[in-house]
Design a protein around this ligand. Structure first.
Ligand code: GDP
Ligand code: MG
Length: 456
């Protein structure tokens, strides 16, 4: 495999920049660009050692550097690696990279070092994915989940499900291949139980992915309601700044305003919207349409009503739009309670499982709102070590596997041959191995075979 090189630090000025070289010729290439005052030669250095010297191009010194040597397989990529730390300038680091490329390396593509780490078995696919999550984490909780992913939590969770599938396949294969041996017949009931358990394990895994997304991206929450009920006031209260313009003129908010807001232990991606109403104002109408779209996509709807006024036709229209939404996805805010209790509070209490009287203007009721949101979206009992699916790709693989197991169960119920069930279970294992990045069907067969031999 070719030797690759890139500047691994950001394209910006800083204290230090690192040029990373990885591949079979990494150390001989380093020999050509590194001069040590003590005569140290990278290709003769031991792994995990470093040397001080200068980086040179065409015998001209470019900068004072420290060169670190990693020897295969004890490096990030699993290959020989040299890392050159120079002063953190954009120009100087580019020049050193150029010298390295002149000396025989090819430019690394995006993510190529990590890809090699994966190909060389240093990381599973989910661990490789976690590298990016660690880099992009911006809260303690997000980092904890990324670290668990990196440390193999998802891999282990999926691997244990694969092991269970492989066990079933082993039993099926043993029975099919050696019917004359005294191997117990595969009992349909026992088989059904194993498959149902596997399906449950997959469903539990799939259900974690929502939470994974919420930790990473935050809860998307849309504030909705007719004009003038205090949506922008609530938005400003939650975001802690005067982000959205508040007036008593209906139709003030015409756009959708977005802010990332931390409320207790939950991060909200909060959207303030134009009030839902038909309007002559072209811009406002676009805002109203966007608000409707956001209403569809949101994890949480904060439906705001004016508690001092009776429900009007526009409120009723909103109630109709919210029909059929899961209870946990909607919180009714009965605002302006500082003006006294109107007739709407009681009827809203009848309609919504969660109904919070508030005064967005004074901040009253904020604590109850925080509690209600945390209760819905902060799962203290979900810990990173459980293995929470971290992205769409992982989710799709898990769903495909679940589908195959479901089909296997249906095939069993229809009295199909065990062969058909074997094929479907093979498929399920294959989807999961796609998830972890292990090789597909061949590996399943190998696993089956190994297990089968043990104990026989
Ligand atoms: P929006 O159209 O739903 O975004 O409503 P705004 O946030 O722009 O508020 C409309 C009017 O209601 C403004 O005059 C606010 O000051 C007022 N308002 C908002 N919340 C409260 C509240 O809790 N109590 C009272 N008395 N007035 C409020
Ligand atoms: Mg507004």
């Amino acid at each position: 495999m070719s030797t690759i090189a890139a500047v691994s630090t950001p394209h910006a000025e800083g204290g230090i920049a690192v040029i990373r070289i990885s591949g079979t010729n990494a150390l001989t290439i380093a020999d050509r660009v590194f001069r040590s005052p003590h005569g140290k030669i990278p290709s003769q250095m031991k792994g995990y050692t470093c040397a001080y010297g200068s980086a040179v191009r065409d015998h001209v010194p470019l900068d004072e550097v420290v060169l670190t040597v990693f020897r295969a397989p004890h490096s990030y990529t699993g290959e020989d690696v040299a890392e050159i730390s120079c002063h953190g300038g954009i120009y100087v680091s580019r020049e050193i990279l150029r010298a390295v490329l002149d000396a025989g390396a090819s430019p690394a593509e995006a993510g190529e070092f990590t890809r090699r780490a994966f190909q060389n078995g240093k990381l599973s696919l989910t661990q490789a994915e976690a590298v990016m999550d660690v880099i992009s984490a911006d809260s303690a909780r997000e980092l904890a989940f990324a670290r668990s992913l990196h440390e193999g939590a998802v891999f282990r969770r999926i691997r244990s499900i694969i092991d269970r599938i492989v066990n079933v396949l082993g039993a099926l294969a043993a029975w099919a291949d050696y019917p004359e041996d005294d191997i117990p017949e595969v009992e349909p009931d026992a088989l059904r139980k194993s498959l149902t358990d596997i399906r449950t394990a997959l469903e539990e895994t799939i259900s974690t992915s929502d939470y994974g997304r919420i930790i990473k991206d935050g809860v998307s929450a849309v504030i909705i309601g007719r004009p003038n009920v205090g949506k922008s006031t609530l938005f400003n209260l939650l975001s802690g700044c005067q982000r959205s313009i508040v007036t008593d003129i209906a139709g003030t908010t015409r756009d959708v305003v977005e802010e990332r807001v931390r409320l207790g232990d939950v991060t909200l991606r909060l959207w303030d919207t134009a009030g839902l109403r038909e309007t002559e104002d072209v811009i406002e109408q676009i805002g109203v349409n966007i608000a409707r779209e956001r209403l569809e996509q949101a994890d949480l709807v904060l439906a705001v009503f004016d508690g001092a006024a009776p429900l009007c036709e526009e409120d009723m229209e909103l109630l109709r739009q919210l029909e059929g939404r899961a209870e946990r996805q909607v919180i009714a805010i009965v605002n302006k309670m500082d003006c006294g209790e109107g007739t709407s509070l009681e009827s809203l209490r009848e309609r919504f499982a969660c109904c919070i009287p508030m005064s967005a203007k004074d901040g009253d009721g904020l604590e109850r709102l925080r509690e209600a949101i945390e209760e819905r979206f902060y799962k203290g009992d979900v810990t990173p070590e459980m293995g929470i699916l971290a992205n769409e790709r992982q989710l799709r693989c898990a769903q495909a596997a679940r589908e195959s197991v479901q089909q296997a169960l249906e095939a069993l119920d229809c009295g199909e041959l065990l062969d058909a069930i074997t094929v479907l279970l093979d498929e399920a294992a294959e989807h999961l191995m796609n998830l972890t990045g292990e090789r597909v069907s061949e590996k399943v067969m190998e696993d089956v075979f190994t297990r089968f031999c043990v104990g026989k």
